[in-house]
Design a protein around this ligand. Structure first.
Ligand SMILES: Nc1nc2c(c(=O)[nH]1)N[C@H]1C(S)=C(S)[C@@H](COP(=O)(O)O)O[C@H]1N2
Ligand SMILES: [Mo]
Length: 436
């Protein structure tokens, strides 16, 4: 069912340790592990176990690092803290909801969605990107060129993976089984993509952007791209669509695209190309890797769960839908006997327009209470909400949250099914118990 490349480490190793070793490290390191684990291969393993490995040269081929084997969840990732690893190759990790409580998501809590291998370098010195295609003048720009020649702007901006919430699909959808944590709201600093496009002189024939990054394809085939998606011109020209070189006032986390990435907030995360090397301005809808077929596309009309939808009936996803998250308390909290209410808080966001209202329920959606909703600092940033919820007596409660946008579109209770499990914006639900 699942593609080999999307499987976890333990499964790969159980089947054929030699081959697994080659797949996991060989292509990256350019050598097998018999005493030759070094460079990017060593870095990848170090990242997977969460530490450098002084005696790496002694590791026999086929040995699963104990840190990974023990946990069974792929272990921890260097520079990230408390994330749940869904896949180790490519690296995919989500943030538990209660660790997304900050207004601004710190680097170590921002989720990771990789389609390919990690690039060899994240060094800003010597990094450059190209703008070509439907432009008057092709540009090759270093990070200093971007900093010095364009207005630098900085905003908290929400990036959410189009597949966030996929684990709730039934029948299940292939791919990473994200629960709710493939979303983050870091402070991104960079230049407006629009300004750079204008400097290059976008022609009237421009229809779409095509983005390219430095991450090698999983197969190691240099002819293949891991992912190359883009934006319709109006979204590319949106003043909040950035080419970013800082995350939270410092270097971008290597897993989040250092040293340069697109941040196209509001659109599915796949439009926010990491490790950015090139923007190709197209005279047609971009047809790069994972633009077609079933990737990042949904049926043009609602379908019954399990429907086999023809590829021709699939359309590219637009802005992300209205959504909310409860970030405090943690799911499953047990409260002391006699607790009669609890303060709840979280965030709400929407891919276009604004969040109009957030409501919470303590009775499985029979009644709803309006939460206090803070104003957004800028478009495409998530918004803080708070509520005090009564807990009338001992027992098990679920707290549900649902947001409504300024067009009256509200989070639904049930998943609107589609073949690849995108755009799930159902209520967020946590459980609480008040002790007897
Ligand atoms: N070069 C490159 N950019 C990429 C990806 C990728 O695999 N390669 N994944 C995309 C997807 S699907 C998402 S959801 C976001 C995730 O960003 P993050 O890993 O910084 O959270 O990056 C996007 N940009
Ligand atoms: Mo994504």
């Amino acid at each position: 069912m699942t593609k080999k490349t999307e499987r976890g480490l333990c499964e790969l190793y159980a089947e054929d340790p030699e081959r697994a070793d080659y797949l996991v490290f060989g292509r990256i390191a350019g050598a097998d592990r018999r005493g030759f684990l070094k460079g990017a291969g060593l870095a990848a393993m170090g990242a997977a176990v969460g530490a450098t490995i002084p005696f790496s040269a002694n590791m026999p081929a086929g040995l699963i690092p104990a840190a990974l084997a023990q946990t069974g969840d792929g272990g921890t990732i260097e520079g990230k803290d408390g994330l749940t690893v869904l896949n180790d190759r490519p690296v995919n990790a989500e943030t538990p909801a209660h660790l997304l409580d900050d207004d601004i998501t710190p680097n170590n809590r921002h989720f990771i969605r990789n389609n390919g291998q990690m690039p060899e370098t994240h060094d800003p010195a010597g990094w450059s990107m190209k703008i070509d295609g439907e432009v008057g003048e092709e540009l090759e720009l270093s990070i200093d060129d971007l900093r010095n020649n364009f207005e630098v702007v900085s905003y908290p901006l929400c990036i959410e993976c189009g597949g966030n919430g996929r684990s709730a699909f039934n029948p299940p959808a292939r791919g990473n089984q994200w629960t709710v944590g493939a979303v983050g709201n870091s402070q991104w600093t960079g230049v407006r993509l629009a300004d750079v496009l204008k400097a290059a002189g976008v022609k009237d024939s421009a229809v779409y952007t095509g983005h390219y990054g430095a991450d090698p394809h999983l197969s190691g085939d240099p002819e293949k791209d891991s992912l190359s998606r883009g934006l319709p011109m109006d979204k590319a020209m949106d003043p909040y669509t950035l080419i970013a070189f800082e995350q939270n006032g410092g270097p971008i986390n290597p897993f989040n695209g250092a040293p340069l990435r697109v941040v196209a907030p509001g659109y599915p995360g796949s439009a926010s190309q990491k490790w950015l090397k090139r923007i190709w301005v197209r005279d047609q809808v971009h047809d790069g890797a994972k633009m077609g077929g079933m990737s990042y596309r949904v049926p043009a009309y609602p379908v019954a769960p399990g429907t086999d939808v023809p590829t021709d009936d699939m359309v590219i996803m637009g802005p992300m839908p209205i959504k909310s998250l409860i970030t405090n308390p943690v799911d499953g909290l047990e409260l002391p006997a006699g607790t009669s209410s609890i303060d709840i808080r979280g965030h709400a966001w929407v891919g276009e327009g604004a969040v109009a209202e957030v409501e919470v329920s303590n009775d499985f959606g029979k009644t709803w209470m309006r939460a206090d909703l803070q104003a957004a600092p800028n478009p495409y940033a998530w918004q803080r909400w708070t509520a005090s919820v009564p807990l009338p007596g001992r027992g098990y409660y679920e707290i549900w949250s649902r947001a409504t946008d300024d067009q009256g579109r509200q989070q639904p209770f049930a998943v609107s099914w589609n073949p690849r499990g995108y755009l799930n914006n159902t209520y967020h639900r946590i459980s609480l118990t008040v002790a007897a």
